[in-house]
Design a protein around this ligand. Structure first.
Ligand code: TEU
Length: 575
């Protein structure tokens, strides 16, 4: 058996922090770097090895910091560059590492580079972004250069009055796409967004939208799949473009390879494992690993209908997980496991049950699944205490995310005009489950006002109504809490890293719609994991091929031959 070889980032448990919502240290209602520093020991106790901080750079915050106006400055309400130095040291002092988000597909329209680029057609930075002349329809109306629909609804092109051209933005109007074909722009990105931070001791990056830097320069229209609208889903046209591997490799060779750091790319629309290997095989020297978005998008409706929620089907989820567990076998590539991030609803609501009687047991079952997966695991803030989605009754006014609001307003306009009244209930329901806001609510630290997140009068976003029940302070001393369970599982993962981090994954009973059962095989021993994704009791017999011994369950008294609702078990055996 060819076992993967070790590197620090392979065995790491990475914890993702959303700066606005983690911990406020100065009472202004917004999380900050000082707040995060005050919680480093909490993360260390949990068993975290790497802290990943979402964008904390200077930004007008149209997309919560994914619209960066200066890579070398920290958004003032979050703190300063010197605060990041202190944070890096706090992590390193505890043997932990610290990574940042690398958002270089686009900048903010308030970045100096874009301001120069838009100032005149002959500005030296004009080609650092994509500028195109208008087209005109048969009636002589000005229309954008392509019919592409942006991720946040509407066109990917915005008209610029001053220079009488359109600029490209795959996301919000305020997020113009950088033109990676321009070498000077690439070098500026490497210096400003990467070396600046690596030289200060940062240990790597989560690389945002990593496969979108190379656009096909013909700028053809997307195929019309939505005949009622001008803008068409077009992501397939700008993912994995013609020069993408050249760009990612250059980024690695010129910058990443000069430091002992890790990279994890956010990779969408790349279902072919061979293609993914081109990004993550160690010999290809592009990225260390990527997030396989198809698992995370399983219950989305599709590129246009992201918020047309389709409840996940367990055999499909198992197949997707199996695919990305197995694709590294016999190769020099590496994989990841994650269930939550800042772009999704909470996993308990999506994959299990947030009903009061099942909430905690569900959280523990999902923790078993995550911590027994091969690859680097990523935990999103609040996942370790079983945080859940906002109550369905919350009105749209509580949602803050640009994507949620654009989708909602678009659907409402269709409803008001009578064009498509069916959209509004679909999008409303979709947002209640999948909305990005659910993962962005303040962290629930204790049962004092505003969940102990802020000492100020008003957190930037409403705190979950259930914070007196679901919070860190309540769970720390409780051996049976979700938090204590995560700690135990993360310790177990380290202890049995040969199996749990590096083992060969094999799915059993793929068609079973209620249970997810798999084995992990190492050189000396094997593990059997059984998870019940249903509220009903399931029959379950342990296979007799090995002498399986029960190591743990999320229930106190597991019953032979049965799996209780949302039960999870781990057995082990010598090989
Ligand atoms: O997301 C990229 C992205 O395209 C999606 O996966 C994202 O979930 C979005 O909802 C698309 O519908 C990254 C960041 O994670 C996200 O927060 C940013 O908004 C986006 O890039 C733009 O920078």
């Amino acid at each position: 058996m060819q076992m993967p070889t070790g590197k620090w980032w392979k065995e790491a448990a990475v914890y993702q922090v959303y700066p606005a919502s983690f911990k406020d240290s100065n009472g202004d209602g917004l999380g900050d770097i000082g707040g995060l520093i005050s919680k480093i020991d909490y993360l260390h106790d949990l068993g975290v090895d790497v802290v990943w901080l979402c964008p904390m750079f200077d930004s007008p915050q149209h997309d919560m910091g994914y619209d960066i106006s200066n890579y070398e400055k920290v958004y003032e309400p979050y703190g300063t560059v010197e605060d990041i130095d202190i944070l890096v040291k706090a992590c390193h002092d505890r043997g932990m590492r610290f990574i940042l988000d690398l958002v270089v597909n686009h900048t903010s329209d308030e970045h100096e580079w874009f301001k120069e680029s838009r100032s005149s057609r002959d500005n030296p930075k004009r080609d650092w972004y994509f500028w195109k002349p208008a087209r005109y329809d048969d009636a002589g109306n000005r229309i954008p250069p392509t019919n592409w629909r942006s991720y946040f609804a509407g066109s990917t092109w915005t008209w610029d009055e001053t220079t009488q051209e359109y600029y490209l933005h795959l996301y919000a109007t305020q997020q113009p796409d950088l033109n990676w074909n321009c070498e000077a722009a690439r070098n500026a990105i490497y210096d400003s967004a990467m070396r600046f931070w690596l030289d200060r001791g940062v240990d790597g990056f989560r690389v945002d939208t990593v496969n979108k830097y190379s656009k096909p320069l013909e700028f053809h229209d997307a195929i019309i799949t939505d005949p009622n609208h001008y803008e068409q889903p077009a992501a397939y046209m700008f993912c994995n473009g013609p020069r993408i591997h050249e760009f990612v490799k250059e980024m690695h060779d010129k910058v990443i390879s000069q430091y002992d750091c890790m990279t994890v790319g956010e990779l969408s629309l790349t279902p072919d494992p061979d293609h993914v290997l081109r990004y993550v095989s160690a010999s290809a020297k592009q990225l260390d690993m990527v997030f396989h978005i198809d698992t995370g998008n399983m219950d989305h409706g599709g590129p246009k209908d992201k918020y047309d929620h389709r409840p996940f089907i367990l055999p499909e989820l198992k197949a997707a997980i199996t695919k990305w567990q197995k694709f590294i076998e016999g190769t020099d590539g590496w994989t990841t496991a994650f269930l939550e991030n800042h772009d999704n609803g909470r996993s308990i609501d999506r994959y299990a049950s947030s009903e009061p009687e099942f909430r905690e047991i569900s959280a523990k079952m999902l923790a078993i699944m995550m911590t027994t997966m091969t690859g680097t695991i990523f935990i999103y803030q609040g996942q370790e205490i079983g945080m859940i989605n906002a109550p369905k009754e919350w009105p749209i006014e509580e949602y803050k995310d640009i994507e949620a609001l654009n989708y909602y307003n678009e659907a409402r306009a269709l409803s008001i005009s009578g064009e498509d009244p069916s959209r509004l209930p679909i999008v409303t329901r979709g947002l209640q489950i999948l909305g990005r806001d659910h993962g962005r609510m303040p962290m629930q630290w204790d049962s004092t006002a505003h969940s102990g997140f802020t000492t100020g009068d008003k957190p930037w976003m409403r705190v979950h109504d259930l914070y007196p029940e679901i919070n860190v302070a309540k769970q720390v001393p409780d051996e049976k809490s979700v938090l204590s369970f995560w700690k135990r599982m993360l310790r177990l993962r380290k202890e049995y890293r040969d199996l749990l981090v590096y083992g060969i994954f094999d799915l059993l009973d793929p068609g079973n719609e209620k249970t997810f059962v798999y084995t992990k095989t190492g050189e000396r021993r094997a593990a059997l994991v059984a998870l019940n994704f249903d509220q009903g009791v399931q029959d379950f017999e342990v296979s007799t091929d090995k002498e399986w011994k029960l190591v743990l369950s999320n229930y106190d008294a597991p019953v032979a031959g049965k799996l209780a609702p949302f039960e999870g078990r781990v057995y082990m055996s010598a090989n």
